[in-house]
Design a protein around this ligand. Structure first.
Ligand SMILES: *[C@@H]1O[C@H](CO)[C@@H](O)[C@H](O)[C@H]1NC(C)=O
Ligand SMILES: *[C@@H]1O[C@H](CO)[C@@H](O)[C@H](O)[C@H]1NC(C)=O
Ligand SMILES: *[C@@H]1O[C@H](CO)[C@@H](O)[C@H](O)[C@H]1NC(C)=O
Ligand SMILES: *[C@@H]1O[C@H](CO)[C@@H](O)[C@H](O)[C@H]1NC(C)=O
Length: 474
């Protein structure tokens, strides 16, 4: 009798708990974050009619265009900011990628975005490029909050043979995925994203999928039929690059098709973002913005970005307020949590980001009025940095890839988005107050973490593949 009674109590408790989490799971929106590699301002059809990207364009046409959307000038820093919600200069990840044999990774003392999603009851997946370190297993995606990982540890691989330098790099969970050899990365990434969507049907949990395409990073490789869509009057390089955009566009279209086919579209948020501006070789890719990837000019940092979801009313709209890559952390978690659900360990709102969820949902103005583009001390011990405050941008340091000028420059971006007219002499007070503000931020500046190359990381030590197990995470 006593045992029976106890069992009943347990039974009731179990039923109540699982009913509560089922409701929570159903209410919460799914999130797909699409990150594209090296896609410039001028590489999308809504900024340049020569580009063929109808699927993305139609998402934008029913979504919210983030017109003042800023990322970091290069890959690893942007991914770090997205995953942590913190400026990368605070933990040494500014302005450099993690090169293949460098024994380091994204600092372990941050609760990454997927870990926070997990706390809110989500299943979490990364499909595509990681590039935040892998020398120790502790740095790898499945140890940092992702339930599943399908993709590459590094960057700049070949797109069919998945090779970087002398090593193969394509992974399924924690094993090398040799079966990916020969298939185009954009297709692999789209297909796995769709598989996760289909399989989520049998799960109680909402999903967070971080779909980080390898395209359109060099080497330029794409199935021939996409190149044929562009006129031969274009340069060969530009045709190839835009063909990669079109293949990617189709891949995104298929993901959206699958969401609809599985009846999940209505409760899903889709974010689209580039990780930095077009590369130096892709000069046309950022026009009319100045500069390119690796620079703090607008062409390196202001990129195409939008959010699309039937959950967002009154679309299409343009969000004119400032939106920074660190803002996604709080924004998406606010969208994801059930009202009242506590962020125990997520770090939510204790980082450099602003939640823009109300701004996106209700159309109120952006809570952000300024941001630091990036900050580093370069070899001459000169501060290389830029700051945004309202309309004004202050930039200082050496533009070592274009003009070898050192600045400082001051621009009123509301009238001069192309950064053509330096106002530093005209408004010395504004320039000085922004310089001082940057000086103030220097207290948080941690030197760039670029350890010496370690041969222990050579693929020849592990059968010709890139993989973990040759350093000690810090
Ligand atoms: C995390 O560790 C890095 C060093 O890897 C340090 O620079 C940073 O200040 C730490 N951040 C926090 C929030 O503790
Ligand atoms: C990938 O396939 C090509 C062509 O079949 C082959 O030459 C190459 O060795 C394969 N790579 C790996 C890592 O198996
Ligand atoms: C920026 O440059 C483009 C291309 O040269 C030009 O069409 C546009 O008017 C410029 N914008 C401003 C505000 O000067
Ligand atoms: C930037 O320039 C515009 C047009 O001249 C002006 O209206 C605006 O006030 C300027 N911004 C600031 C902060 O002075």
């Amino acid at each position: 009798m006593k045992l029976w009674f106890t069992l009943c109590i347990i039974g009731v408790v179990v039923v109540v708990v699982s009913a509560a989490s089922a409701t929570a799971g159903k209410e919460q929106p799914n999130v797909i974050f699409i990150l594209v590699d090296d896609l410039g301002w001028n590489d999308v059809s809504w900024h340049n009619p020569d580009v063929i990207s109808p699927n993305l364009h139609s998402l934008l046409d029913k979504g919210i265009d983030l017109d003042q959307y800023y990322v970091q000038p290069i890959c690893t820093p942007t991914r770090s900011a997205l995953m942590t919600g913190f400026y990368p200069y605070k933990y040494g990840r500014q302005l450099n990628v993690i090169s293949p044999r460098k024994p380091t990774g994204l600092s372990l003392n941050y609760t990454l975005l997927p870990e926070a999603f997990r706390e809110f009851g989500y299943s979490t997946h990364i499909v595509g490029k990681w590039h935040l370190g892998f020398c120790d297993w502790e740095y790898t995606p499945t140890r940092r909050g992702f339930d599943t990982f399908y993709g590459l540890y590094l960057g700049a691989q070949t797109h069919f043979s998945h090779t970087r330098s002398d090593g193969y790099d394509f992974v399924d969970q924690e094993e090398t995925a040799f079966e990916a050899n020969g298939t185009y990365s954009t297709f692999l990434i789209s297909e796995r994203t769709q598989r996760i969507i289909r399989e989520s049907k049998s799960s109680e949990k909402p999903f967070f999928i971080y779909t980080a395409f390898q395209a359109i990073h060099d080497p330029c490789e794409v199935p021939e039929n996409y190149i044929d869509k562009y006129p031969t009057t274009m340069s060969e390089e530009r045709r190839c690059l835009l063909a990669m955009v079109t293949a990617l566009d189709e891949a995104v279209g298929e993901i959206v098709y699958t969401l609809k086919a599985e009846n999940l579209y209505d409760n899903t948020i889709i974010v689209f973002s580039s990780d930095n501006g077009g590369s130096m070789e892709n000069v046309e890719g950022n026009l009319p913005l100045r500069g390119h990837k690796t620079t703090l000019w607008e062409g390196g940092t202001r990129v195409p970005g939008f959010i699309h979801s039937p959950l967002l009313g009154d679309t299409p709209r343009v969000h004119n307020g400032l939106f920074h890559i660190t803002d996604w952390y709080n924004t998406l978690l606010e969208a994801a949590r059930v009202p009242g659900q506590k962020a125990r360990n997520s770090g939510m709102f204790e980082n450099d980001g602003f939640s823009q969820w109300m701004a996106l949902k209700e159309g109120v103005s952006s809570p952000r009025t300024s941001f630091v583009y990036s900050m580093a001390m370069n070899h001459g011990r000169r501060l290389f940095a830029a700051l945004r405050r309202g309309d004004f941008k202050y930039i200082t340091g050496i533009d070592d890839t274009i003009t070898y000028e050192t600045g400082p420059w001051l621009f009123n971006l509301s009238v001069d988005p192309n950064e053509t007219t330096n106002l530093a002499d005209e408004y010395p007070d504004i320039a000085e107050s922004m310089r001082l503000e940057l000086e103030g931020h220097k207290k948080d500046l941690v030197p760039r973490d670029i350890p010496a190359t370690d041969k222990a990381g050579d693929p020849e030590n592990r059968g010709g593949v890139w993989g973990p197990g040759w350093c000690e995470a810090k």
